[in-house]
Design a protein around this ligand. Sequence first.
Ligand code: PMP
Ligand code: GLU
Length: 397
Amino acid sequence: MKLSKIAQTVCPSPTLSMAARVAAMREKGIDIIDFSAGEPDFDTPECVKEAAKAALDENFTHYTAYAGITELRQAFADDLKQYGLEYTYENIVVSNGSKHALKNAFAAILDPKDEVIVPAPYWNSYIDIIKMCYGTPVVIKTKMSNGFRVTIDELKAALTKHTKAVLINSPNNPTGMVYSREELEEIGKFAVENDLYIISDEIYSRLIYSKKLLHCSIASISEEIKERTIVIGGLSKSYAMTGWRVGFTASNKALADAIANIQSNSTSNVNSIAQKAAVAALKNAKEDADAMLKQFEHRRDYIAQRISDIPFLSNLLPKGAFYLFVDVSKLLGESVGEYKIETAADAADVLLEKYNVAVVPSDAFGFENHIRISFATSMRDVVEGVNRIERFVKENF
Ligand code: PMP
Ligand code: GLU
């Protein structure tokens, strides 16, 4: 009896695997500072929890429309207006987190042999999601000297007759890079000229650390770009709602109908109570989300400075999301006790095993020589975690 080819190739999510390793060590009583999974440490806002309790008391516990309740679809459409996007509820499908929204989107557009251009560093799950939808990821390694932005020349070089879509993620996980409107215009033009879909993962759209730099959705640039774009979003990151599993796709109506059909035969609707909670988040929790953003910014400023002050480590200042992507190449080739540090994964292992700090090595993101630090954790842990990383470098290099 054989597993399917897909089951044999799909890897466990490296971010979630690292989080599981942390949980196992904590169970043994080891005090770990966890910079692995990108999961806000904040509690879900009170008004969201109240809405969930009310939904339960009102017995809102049955199947809903499979694309989501109209009230929530419209609330997502209304929320996107802040980025100059005009959608109605008919363009939105509510899914089980944005991870599921990505799976739905790729299932709706890919046939076997179709290629998707994915600039690296990328968020780890893209590759496996594309493969699960019978597509082939074509990875472009961006350069730190370009701020990890993909260039049009790089896109052109990756183009083949099988290219079906280009994936962009701004603000980016793991680098914190944010594309400007001009850069997105160029990428949009490239997609139009080559008749490609654009999958635009905008889950971190609310998490940008500059008053001047506003989030730009590529779909807001022109009607012809919007028509071929599937915007991906969700509530996990900005509203501290990772466990509720609420995400969405926004697209033209034909695509939205196809995505809804796919979902109707797989997961059906998102949990009914979570949908009511999500409406409350979008309508009443903006102040809570803004307060969390302020905290993230404070942590970002602190950690980016402290890490760049440590000898042999360097990083760019993340403009969005809540990750610091740290270049550890100067540590490679050295030994720490019984450990030989050849790769970023070796550095991450020593950090975890000897200094009890969990980070994610960059091979998870299709890149080498970096570790990703998630600062979506308490300030106390941020300070203690950086102290441990500083000790690791100062004691051994
Ligand atoms: N996209 C990106 C870029 C992410 O970092 C994540 C992390 N969770 C997701 C999608 C998926 O988030 P969720 O399924 O919780 O909405
Ligand atoms: N997206 C988060 C991360 O990058 C959560 C983990 C995951 O869903 O893979 O850490």
